[in-house]
Structure formats: structure tokens, C-alpha cells
Design a protein around this ligand. Structure first.
Ligand code: FRU
Length: 473
């Protein structure tokens, strides 16, 4: 089978990776941690925090495991997701500790302090700093602390699910990161509401931050039925006096393989996000390869003029660009085939749809289409989707077509697509993303085709780059 391990997206050196944890920009370096099982490519409750570092956001190097379960500690069963804050110069991780014998849903909040390099970590002697959920609330989950500094102390969100209601985030306050006071439910939403998006029975990995003149709350939707982990959603609204008033809610990503985004503000004042992209193939395929799970490329979050979440790839990704092919602008009818082929590519296309019923950008295509992955904008449905039903001849790879509404309202279609072996990230018009995993089996499944269906479109620009790998991964 062809090598499916991405070349510039972060995956674990070996074993399993899930959520990104505690991204932080310090002394000019970006640190990314992640949920990690070093022993095998399967999720294990006994999670460790893996660690990768980069000075430019795109070339990453793995560092030793940051920390893992302490045999006699409240995290003896696993160090689950959390965040890192700068406590007067001391990098401080606040995470969910799972006791070995406890039931899921009853996690504690634990704390560890790092050295200047964020390599050596010391657990707080008073762990757990929060032993469990507040009294009087019946919860199905309580985990993934997210902490930030206020003028007068620290605030913390914990992801939760309230029995009989649905997803919720709880607020705590502290002056020293050690003693926490419960302040109430910041936001909850009924699991019976289906529109505009279903938000499930519990919320994992909450992230709350100001953006433009609004606040954004991102949570990952957990279902009571397997597969429990579904998709992240972003609420845009106003957070005041411990309450979040949502004005808008939508999926964070419209692909099938994106979960648990973690965000941070960098030294340039940008809000960056990474998410976990899980394997979309049977477990035995991952066992064969010895690794599972990838982090998305860094994404820059903004507020659009419509008051919704804007998402674009970090401009630093341009540092990976190698050979470039620029195709001629002009009528697209019916198709344009670049000479550049590959399994690690960036594509940028700006197309005026004209009379075309649909615009398609196909990647990882075999010569006669035996394998192919197609990104399609459908004009009548105003929908952008990715179809991976023919991506792989391997029956263990998942198929299906997934997407979301992209109403161009007369604008051009602007696509940026990153193909990195088994991960495809699609960014459209600065506001819609699709993240999917694909597993082509043929060495010649490397072709690219841009096409117009049922009419004529106009290509304003179309560039294809070969991308370099991240040498430290
Ligand atoms: C999300 C999640 C978190 C938890 C972690 C455990 O994928 O379930 O809620 O902390 O994974 O690995």
C-alpha cells in the first residue's frame, strides 16, 4: 500500500494522535501538544501529551513526550485535553485528569508547570485542583478545561453535557489557578434542536475568545451514540457577565474528518486554530501502518463582514511552495488539466461560474479516474462538497460526499486546496472549509483536473504548487 503519512501535517512519530492541546507562542516558537498514545495506533484512555515545535508554523519537529499519567495521581488513568497559559512567565498546563478506576464523565482538573523550553513538566502537588463537577448539576461529561487571564484573575471553561438538556460549558474563576469557584453555565443548548445545526448531548474542548467586536465559542459536539465524536461548531455572539448570547451558530468545518479544534492568540494578534483529523479507514489499516491521526494545517480565524466565522490557511504555508505551474486564465470548457501531478500539492483557483451548473476540482486522480477525489461547487444548491466515494480502491477506506452551503451571491468561487497524501483540506472564499482523509492505492493517483459542468465558466487564475515536506516530522 502507498505511504499515506502526511509530509507537512503533524502526525505522531508513531502510535495514536487525537486532539491538539495547549498551542502556545513563546520566545518566537510555536508549541503544539496533542493527545497521544505512544504504544499503538489506537485511542487509549491512558493519554499522554505529545509535543511538536516550530519557529515558522509550517516546519515542525517532534520533542519528547511532555507528560503522561502519574501512577498514584488523580490522572493515573490518562492526561486528557486541556490548554496552556502563561502564569507570569511559567508555562502552565491545565488538563483533564482521568483516575484509573473512574467512569468517563467524572474527570478532574489537574495542573502541571513546564520549564522555559516546555520540555520538563512538574505536576502540581495539590492535584487535582478541581476534583469534579459542581454539586447540583447532573452531567454526562465534564472535561477539557480552557483557561484565560482576565484583568482580575483567571477564568476557566469546562466542557459538559447536562442530562435532559444537551451540550453546555461551565464557568469557573480563580485568582491563582489552584482554587476554583463555580460561576454557572455560560451556554447550553437543547439536544432536541436540529437547526441550523444539531449540537449534541455534550460539548468537548471548549474555546472562547474575542474576535473583532464579537466573541467566538467553539465546542466539539459529542453524541451519546457511537461514533460519539461528531463535529465542531462555532457560536458567534457576545459574552458578558458570564453568559454567552449567541447570534449565529454553524459547523466549524463541513468535512467528515475534523474535530476538537484548539486555538491560540499569537504574538501578531492573530487567532490560530488546529484540529484533529482522524483516520477514515478501518482500524486494521491503521494497525498495519503503525500510526493514526493528523493535525490540520494552521488556520487563521477572523470575523467576516456578515458577522460569521472566517477561516483561511495561515499565510506561512506559502513557505512550503516549490515548483509552480500557472495555467492560462480564460474560458473553462470543459476542463483544464495541469501538467503538475502529485500527492503533496497546493491548488489555488478563482473561477467565475458563468452558466456552469457546477465547478469541479479533482485531485489524486488516476489516469482513467479509477481513483479520484472531487471538490464540487453546485450552483443550484449553493453547496460546496467533497466526494470521496471513489478516492480509494481499498474497501477499508470510508467513502461518501460531505459539504455545506456556500452561497456565492454573484462572487467568484475562490478555492485553496492542500493535498498532503491522505489529508485534503479545502478552503473556500475565506469562510468554508472541508477536511477529509483519503487513501488512494495507486501510485499514479496523482492527477488534477479543473472542470465546468453543464455550461461555461471563466478561470480568472489557477495555480498549482508542489509542496515541500516538513523535514522534522
Ligand atoms: C475529544 C476527547 C476529549 C478528551 C480527549 C481524550 O476528542 O474526547 O473530550 O479530553 O478526547 O483523549
Amino acid at each position: 500500500m502507498r505511504e499515506h503519512r502526511p509530509s507537512f501535517h503533524v502526525s505522531a512519530p508513531s502510535g495514536w494522535l487525537n486532539d491538539p492541546n495547549g498551542p502556545i507562542h513563546r520566545d518566537g516558537r510555536y508549541h503544539l501538544f496533542f493527545q497521544h498514545n505512544p504504544l499503538g495506533p489506537v485511542w487509549a484512555a491512558s493519554a499522554h501529551w505529545g509535543h511538536a515545535v516550530s519557529s515558522d508554523l509550517v516546519r515542525w519537529t517532534h520533542l519528547p513526550l511532555a507528560f503522561g499519567p502519574s501512577p498514584d495521581g488523580p490522572d493515573s488513568g490518562g492526561c486528557w485535553s486541556g490548554c496552556i497559559v502563561d502564569d507570569d512567565g511559567v508555562p502552565t498546563a491545565i488538563y483533564s485528569g482521568l483516575a484509573r478506576m473512574s467512569a468517563f464523565g467524572a474527570e478532574t482538573v489537574c495542573l502541571a508547570r513546564g520549564d522555559d523550553e516546555l520540555v520538563v513538566w512538574r505536576k502540581e502537588a495539590r492535584n487535582p485542583v478541581l476534583p469534579g463537577p459542581p454539586a447540583g448539576l447532573e452531567l454526562v461529561a465534564f472535561r477539557d478545561p480552557f483557561v484565560w487571564r482576565e484583568v482580575d484573575g483567571w477564568s476557566m471553561l469546562v466542557g459538559a453535557g447536562i442530562v435532559g438538556v444537551g451540550g453546555a460549558v461551565l464557568l469557573y474563576r480563580s485568582s491563582d489557578l489552584l482554587d476554583w469557584r463555580y460561576e454557572g453555565v455560560v451556554l447550553s443548548r437543547s439536544a432536541e434542536l436540529e437547526t441550523p445545526v444539531w449540537t449534541g448531548y455534550a460539548w468537548e474542548c471548549p474555546q472562547l475568545f474575542p474576535l473583532g467586536d464579537r466573541h467566538v465559542l467553539i465546542v466539539s459536539v459529542w453524541d451519546a451514540e457511537p461514533p460519539n465524536t461528531r463535529y465542531p461548531v462555532a457560536f458567534v455572539g457576545d459574552c458578558r457577565a458570564g453568559r454567552f448570547e449567541p447570534e449565529h451558530v454553524a459547523r466549524f468545518d463541513h468535512g467528515a474528518d475534523c474535530y476538537a479544534p484548539a486555538t491560540m492568540a499569537d504574538a501578531h494578534g492573530r487567532r490560530l486554530a488546529w484540529a484533529w483529523s482522524w483516520e477514515a479507514r478501518d482500524e486494521d489499516a491503521a494497525l498495519e501502518q503503525g500510526w493514526a491521526g493528523v493535525l490540520t494545517a494552521p488556520r487563521v480565524l477572523t470575523l467576516t463582514t456578515a458577522g460569521t466565522l472566517g477561516i483561511a490557511p495561515a499565510p506561512e504555508l506559502a513557505a512550503l511552495r516549490g515548483e509552480r505551474e500557472t495555467l492560462e486564465a480564460g474560458p473553462l470548457g470543459p476542463e483544464l488539466v495541469p501538467q503538475t501531478r502529485g500527492d503533496v500539492l497546493e491548488l489555488a483557483a478563482v473561477v467565475a461560474p458563468g452558466s456552469a451548473r457546477a465547478i469541479r476540482l479533482t485531485v489524486r486522480a488516476a489516469p482513467a479516474g479509477e481513483e479520484q477525489t472531487t471538490v464540487e461547487w453546485d450552483g443550484a444548491a449553493s453547496r460546496l462538497s467533497i466526494d470521496r466515494s471513489r478516492s480509494s480502491l481499498d474497501p477499508r477506506a470510508r467513502g461518501g460526499s460531505h459539504g455545506g452551503v456556500l452561497d456565492l451571491a454573484g462572487d467568484d468561487l475562490e478555492l485553496r486546496v492542500f493535498v498532503d497524501r491522505s489529508i485534503v483540506e479545502v478552503y473556500a472564499n475565506g469562510r468554508l472549509t472541508l477536511t477529509e482523509r483519503i487513501y488512494p492505492t495507486r501510485a499514479d493517483s496523482t492527477g488534477v483536473v479543473l472542470s465546468a459542468v453543464g455550461g461555461d465558466a471563466l478561470v480568472r487564475s489557477f495555480d498549482v504548487w508542489e509542496l515541500r515536506s516538513s523535514p522534522g516530522l
